[in-house]
Design a protein around this ligand. Structure first.
Ligand code: TYM
Length: 325
């Protein structure tokens, strides 16, 4: 069985980009993969500075995953900060990581281009911690959205650097990025869906917020009575992820016929999202009433993760000479 590993930051309510680009795949892959999924709370520290918010967002994202079908008996589900091995390996890897490799990272360049005033060192070395997250577990595949592809390439480069310096420890991880969900565009129709662009649809938000987000999807100015091209419309594209082929055809026909406005299409999308996520929303409510269970799941997950992480760290200590014989 192939091993997968992936993570999500605990920095806010998950959106359709997270779901379609990553979470949905992770849950589907449980049936025929050995899965390690973790909450990247150390990464979230680069943006979340309120301890109460941090604590609650860690639990919330755990609840979200479990509600969506993550099964802790099948998947090792844990919190990054429960394992000091992540930070420890990140430091060791940083000592073989060329500065230039990090200077080329898009995520850091984007954050500073968006006007971040004093970017922290942590934001700059973010890909090194991510490499440590991945390499500790020696996964075959890292299922992520396309926006994380470069980070995985950096992890491969760092693994190679380490192996070349000290001898073979880390297999090179491969990204797993299914085409259809690789890059979900946000409600602005321009950028990837991301909290930092303010263009998200948060599928677990209350109905009023969800409606507002769906209604805010930017469409072109084709008049109501004119035929429209569904393939060019963000509303239709999002609908297609959740609808059956027949439902997709019915909506596409309405677009092409004309006399059908984008507002109507948005209402259909909203209804579909509410229908699709209804059982998960229900499950979410149930899970929220038992936070003890959530904490136990994460604690048990950390125990299982530690067995694997410790083994890798023993090899790393041996190779680097950080152990006494
Ligand atoms: P994060 O928390 O930003 O996102 C979690 C997952 O959601 C995917 N995603 C998207 N996919 C398609 N379209 C979008 N618009 C979209 N927005 C988000 C992301 O690609 C990701 O798979 N650095 C990571 C967390 C991380 C990690 C790791 C992932 C830390 N260590 C090790 C894999 C392996 C991040 O910020 O993801």
């Amino acid at each position: 069985m192939k091993r997968i590993l992936s993570g999500i930051q605990s920095s806010g309510t998950p959106h359709l980009g997270n779901y379609l680009g990553a979470m949905k795949n992770h849950i589907e892959m449980q049936k025929d993969h050995e899965c390690f999924i973790f909450i990247a709370d150390l990464h979230a520290l680069t943006t979340v500075r309120d301890p109460e918010k941090m604590r609650s967002m860690i639990r919330e994202i755990a609840i979200d995953y479990l509600a969506l079908g993550l099964d802790p008996d099948k998947t090792v589900f844990f919190r990054q900060s429960d394992l000091p091995e992540h930070s420890e390996l990140a430091w060791i890897l940083s000592t073989v990581t060329p500065l230039g490799l990090l200077e080329r990272a898009h995520a850091f360049k984007d954050a500073t281009a968006k006007g971040m005033k004093e970017p922290s060192t942590g934001l700059f070395t973010y890909p090194v911690l991510m490499a440590a997250d991945i390499l500790l577990y020696k996964p075959d595949l890292v299922p992520v959205g396309k926006d994380q592809k470069q980070h995985i390439e950096i992890a491969r480069d760092i693994a190679e650097k380490f192996n070349n310096t000290y001898g073979e420890v880390f297999p090179l991880p491969d990204p797993y990025i299914p085409d259809q969900s690789a890059y979900i565009i946000g409600t602005d129709g321009k950028h990837k869906m991301s909290k930092s662009y303010g263009n998200v649809i948060e599928f677990f938000a209350d109905e009023k917020t969800l409606k507002k987000q769906v209604m805010s999807i930017v469409t072109d100015s084709t008049p109501m009575q004119d035929p429209k091209d569904p393939a060019k419309c963000a509303v239709y594209k999002l609908y297609a992820y959740f609808a059956t082929p027949e439902e997709q055809k019915t909506l596409a026909d309405k677009y092409k016929k004309g006399g059908f406005g984008y507002g109507d299409a948005k209402k259909i999308l909203l209804a579909k999202l509410l229908e699709y996520f209804a059982p998960y929303r229900q499950k979410r409510i149930e899970l929220q009433s038992d936070l003890g269970y959530i904490d136990t799941v994460l604690r048990e997950g950390a125990k299982k993760a530690r067995k694997v992480a410790n083994k890798t760290m023993a090899e790393v200590r041996e190779k680097t000479g950080l152990n006494f014989k």
